[in-house]
Design a protein around this ligand. Structure first.
Ligand SMILES: *[C@@H]1O[C@H](CO)[C@@H](O)[C@H](O)[C@H]1NC(C)=O
Ligand SMILES: [Mn+2]
Length: 443
């Protein structure tokens, strides 16, 4: 009997190892292709299988050990263990072992609603300390005193209030006060209770200290990411505008390297480097700088910088980038001159690639700035829209129609769509095509 169990354990160890390897590969893939929902689903499935195999392995292990250990001891450890209510939930795979059943229920309910650990977020200080993940050379850099001012726009839809508070707090604490014009909260029609009166009370509290610092733009219906970002840009008064997600925390000295680049050249559109905040433990995982690219799906991924950047052998230096993933920092007026963002993009995706093509084709450039770091929560799932692939495809086809001319069918092929009569309504692109023509003659 014991020999059979040992052979069983061995076989399972091999399976576990290969599953762990596969899931690691999957994780790398996820890091490369940021938050594509279909990838996450595969990853989730893989993770569930892995968890089950782990459980079986443990069970056999316990059976095997029982023979050696006194029975009484086994019983005592059993008694203090709290029942795991959600063994399948990704929230509890490496967090929450000490929670009571009631706490587990609350944490799981909030996790399902938001896609990250709100239970923990509500219990961490809003001004928590995060590790400095910058290259050491960043701490030695000296920036000009007369940098341009900055408006920070935070876009959200049904975000947890404690997460927004942490973003706001980090921006106030880590941006030089004389450079921070305002923080603009853009609410794309959130329905949760916290984001009605309670957030206004919070804004009032901060503005009592610093009049007019926090502004709120609330939309009366959901208008989608591109339009919401556009509305933040419209409200902004600073010389530079930074358009961010609201599930972020900025790092120390995040603004100065960006503002210094724009002071040197107002036609550069910038992205900071993201660190990943784990959705379960909210720990920060350092990401190294890399360029933001896109494939023929017109979806974003990380890519190497050009060889020149590596030859400099200084990872604190900005590197040219084909595109931006999402977070966007630019001279407010320059952005206006080239047409800000395409408001014809619906719900999610596309607007960043459209901007990138426009910037590069219209006399500007894009850079990733390693000394500017922002910690960004990667959700386990996007709770408000289970299937984002529809708007992603639609918006990609829209970018292709405006910019890709004879190459546009590559996008159809990438998404596995017929070259003609795909039946997807991409909206009216007349205005954007006119903009393209108009921008041709400027400079
Ligand atoms: C966080 O804020 C509290 C209250 O204002 C303050 O006492 C504490 O020193 C702050 N912690 C950090 C790390 O800044
Ligand atoms: Mn995000």
């Amino acid at each position: 009997m014991r020999i059979t169990a040992r052979v069983g354990v061995l076989v399972i160890v091999v399976i576990v190892n290969s599953l762990v390897y596969m899931s690691l590969r999957q994780e790398t893939y996820n890091a490369n292709k940021l938050q594509r929902p279909e990838d996450l689903e595969v990853f989730g499935r893989l993770k569930r299988i892995e968890d089950q195999v782990h459980k079986i392995a443990k069970f056999i292990d316990v059976k095997d050990k029982k023979v050696k250990e006194p029975v009484v001891k086994q019983k005592i450890t059993k008694k203090i263990e709290v029942k795991k209510l959600y063994p399948q939930s990704r929230l509890f795979s490496s967090w929450g072992a000490e929670l009571t059943e009631e706490e587990q229920m609350e944490a799981e309910r909030q996790f399902q609603e938001y896609g990250y650990n709100v239970f923990l977020s509500n219990r961490l200080p809003v001004n928590r300390t995060i590790p400095d993940t910058r290259d050491h050379r960043c701490t030695l850099k000296i920036y000009p005193n007369d940098l341009p001012s900055i408006s920070v726009v935070l876009i959200y839809l049904n975000e947890a209030l404690s997460v927004i508070k942490r973003a706001v707090r980090s921006i106030i604490d880590k941006t030089p006060a004389h450079l921070l014009t305002e923080i603009i909260l853009v609410d794309d029609y959130s329905l949760n209770e916290d984001l009605q009166l309670p957030i206004d009370e919070y804004i009032g509290l901060i503005n009592k200290d610093k009049p007019g610092l926090i502004k709120k733009v609330r939309h009366k219906r959901q208008i989608g990411l591109a339009k919401a970002r556009m509305s933040g840009w419209e409200a902004a008064k600073g010389q530079v505008v930074a358009i961010l997600d609201a599930h972020i925390e900025v790092h120390k000295e995040w603004a100065e390297p960006l503002l210094a680049r724009i002071k040197a050249d107002r036609t550069i559109v910038l992205s900071p480097v993201f660190d990943k905040v784990r959705f379960d433990t909210l720990e920060i995982i350092k990401y190294n700088p890399s360029a933001h690219a896109f494939d023929w799906n017109l979806w974003c991924m990380y890519e190497s910088f050009r060889p020149e950047w590596y030859k400099m052998n200084d990872p604190s230096e900005p590197g040219k980038s084909p595109s931006i993933m999402g977070i966007l920092v630019a001279d407010r007026q320059f952005l206006g001159e080239i047409g800000v963002l395409d408001e014809g993009m619906t719900i999610y995706g596309g607007e960043n690639v459209e901007l990138a093509l426009r910037v590069w084709l219209c006399g500007g450039s894009i850079e990733v700035v390693p000394c500017s770091k922002i910690a960004h929560i990667e959700r386990a799932h996007k709770p408000y829209s289970p299937d984002l692939s529809k708007p992603m495809i639609r918006n990609a086809l829209r970018v292709a129609e405006i910019w890709l001319d004879e190459y546009k069918s590559n996008v159809n092929i990438a998404w596995n769509l017929p070259l003609k009569d795909h039946g997807i309504d991409i909206g009216d692109v007349t205005e954007r095509k006119e903009l393209r023509e108009k921008l041709k003659f400027e400079e």
